[in-house]
Design a protein around this ligand. Structure first.
Ligand SMILES: O=C(O)CCC(=O)C(=O)O
Ligand SMILES: [Fe+2]
Length: 334
């Protein structure tokens, strides 16, 4: 997410915004669409697949007093907990390190305004507890419970979208074991207001390494996704009780190239901004289903997801497609 050299980054200078024609599809995740086996479920699966194939992303709206998705009170606590976290001294936040690239703390970059803190395996209470202890040695139970509850609830939305994608391609039988080996990185992002004559890029254009990313931004806005068919940028407006779901590099390979990794960025105006992302990673080898080959042969081999993540950070200048091809693409003479 901090790929300063990633392809097309020059386009941040020339903002080509498509405000008239394209908007991200909005898909309803209300209870009546979520019972597997029903007609509504099938049509929602189809809508998810079509949105992912055309836009690599979509907005999912949920019922905020239903069974699924965080309630407004939780969302308010999440954003105030994030503020508390970013108000800590930089030396404290810097204690959050990880051997996995992008899972620790980083900020203070000249080419983008983001400061970001990762919490690996965020649906495990122990993991959120040990992060909390690192940041607040004398404890901060409210932070810990809020973030853990958020990660757990939002991971369920991510699971549903993953299930819908598997089902829409007719490979639902593989979904349970796939989900059993999924872990969730939670990343909190804080963006400062640019100084005069400084870049207004919050985060440079990039694709995530995830299978899917589930994003929430505060009311300030600024997220944009690129419409790959014509290169224009679509600003993302979040309706109340909604998330944006983005396809990552692992989904590109798993889908045999049918779903592209979502190229996205954040552009800043005059207000500081907070966002929170939940990033799904497969713990081990992602099997690319034969069924996705269609009439051709598979373009990608099964691959180690964390291996792909590490490869990406050693090959900063490659686009999502180039790095996925280089990492697990099937070469002609394979
Ligand atoms: O802040 C956002 O809305 C996007 C952040 C992002 O793209 C990332 O963390 O990978
Ligand atoms: Fe991202």
């Amino acid at each position: 997410m901090d790929r300063r050299n990633e392809r097309n980054s020059a386009s941040t200078k020339k903002r080509k915004i498509d405000t008239t024609t394209k908007k991200l599809p909005i898909i309803n995740f209300t209870a009546e669409n979520l019972t597997p086996g029903t007609e509504n479920w099938r049509s929602t699966c189809k809508a998810v697949r079509e949105a992912m194939e055309e836009f690599s992303s979509f907005i999912g709206v949920y019922d905020d007093d239903g069974e699924l998705g965080p309630r407004p009170e939780l969302m308010r606590s999440v954003f105030s907990s994030l503020k508390e976290l970013f108000d800590l001294p930089e030396e404290t936040k810097s204690l959050n390190t990880s051997e996995l690239p992008g899972f620790g703390y980083f900020g203070g970059m000249w080419w983008q305004l983001i400061e970001t803190v990762g919490i690996g395996d965020s649906t495990s209470l122990e993991s959120v507890q040990s992060f909390t202890k690192l940041m607040w040695p004398s404890g901060n139970n409210n932070f810990c419970q809020t973030i853990y509850q958020y990660a757990t609830e939002v991971s369920k939305l991510g699971e549903i979208v993953t299930r819908m994608i598997f089902e829409s391609y007719g490979v639902e039988d593989y979904c349970d074991s796939f989900l059993d080996s999924t872990s969730y990185l939670l990343r909190a992002n804080s963006y400062r207001v640019p100084h005069v004559n400084e870049t207004n890029v919050g985060v440079s254009p990039h694709g995530d390494s995830t299978f899917i990313t589930v994003l929430k931004q505060d009311e300030v806005g600024g997220l944009e996704v690129q419409y790959s068919k014509n290169g224009t940028w679509i600003p993302v407006d979040f309706p109340p009780s909604s998330f944006t779901f983005l396809a990552g590099d692992a989904l590109l390979a798993w889908s045999n190239g049918k779903i592209r990794s979502c190229f996205h960025r954040v552009m800043m105006a005059k207000k500081a901004r907070l966002s929170i992302g939940l990033f799904s990673f497969h713990k081990g080898i992602v099997e690319v289903p034969e069924e996705l080959a269609g009439d051709d042969s598979l373009q990608f081999r099964s691959f180690d997801h964390f291996g792909l993540l590490k490869f990406r950070y050693k090959n900063e200048s490659l686009s999502s497609e180039e790095r996925v091809k280089a990492f697990c693409g099937v070469k002609k003479d394979d």
